[in-house]
Design a protein around this ligand. Structure first.
Ligand code: E4P
Length: 224
């Protein structure tokens, strides 16, 4: 499963990229607004750090406006993916861009039929928001499961990008279901590598090692 980071914060992206396991980046208008920087400049900076897909979302809500906004974004770098909302105009714009060979990420997906329409329109990625569904008492992961089943039934190649991830358990479930990608905040990427038993085990290994080396050094100084 590919792992993307969900942020427009360049330092966070650099931290995640330094792990060597980062496959891409997703941004959205709220994340970019939080940074208080020029959108295109920030996208250029992100694309210098990450060579995998970088999703850039339009804010227009009509077909022509979406295409007009997408044009300069596409020119920023080869790895830019245009992010469009799962609304009627978004599906139309997805079809227009996909027919031209532009990769599209259909976002704000909350039910499997939106994902079906996105796939039919040639989307490269579909982004169901599991955390936001859970937030209102639903089961976000059930939607991932349903989309997986539908895409497999008909051989759609659109990749499922599990989004709005809140904790590592979401990642486990996404991977078990067969989500192609998961995008998460830096905090979750860092949590994934933490386990108290790993820390306890490592501490014990090192203590045993140093204790044994100290004993050996006293007995056989030449060997240590
Ligand atoms: C995905 O592309 C979205 O930017 C993101 O995952 C939304 O997550 P949120 O619900 O935590 O805002």
């Amino acid at each position: 499963m590919d792992i993307y980071i969900d942020t427009a914060d360049l330092d966070e992206i650099k931290q995640a990229a330094a792990l060597g396991v980062l496959d891409g980046v997703t941004t959205n208008p709220s994340l970019v607004a939080r940074e208080g920087v020029d959108f295109h400049t920030r996208l250029r900076e992100i694309c210098q750090v990450v060579s995998g897909p970088v999703s850039a979302e339009v804010v227009a809500t009509d077909h022509d406006g979406m295409i007009a906004e997408a044009e300069p974004l596409i020119g920023i770098a080869d790895n830019i993916v245009i992010k469009l909302p799962c609304i009627e105009e978004g599906v139309r714009a997805c079809k227009t861009l996909s027919d031209r060979g532009v990769r599209v990420n259909m976002t704000l997906c909350f039910q499997p039929l939106q994902a079906l329409m996105a796939a039919k329109a040639g989307a490269f990625l579909i982004s169901p928001f599991v955390g936001r569904v859970d937030d209102v008492g639903g089961d976000g992961m059930e939607i991932i499961q349903q989309i997986r089943q539908i895409y497999d039934n008909y051989g759609y190649e659109t990749k499922i990008l599990t989004a709005s991830i809140r904790h590592p358990q979401h990642l486990v479930q996404a991977a078990l279901i067969g989500s192609d990608v998961a995008t998460c905040p830096l905090k979750v990427i860092q949590q994934v590598m933490k386990h108290p038993l790993t820390d306890v085990g490592l501490k014990k290994f090192l203590a045993d090692w140093h204790e044994a080396m100290a004993v050996l050094q006293k007995k056989e100084p030449a060997l240590t």
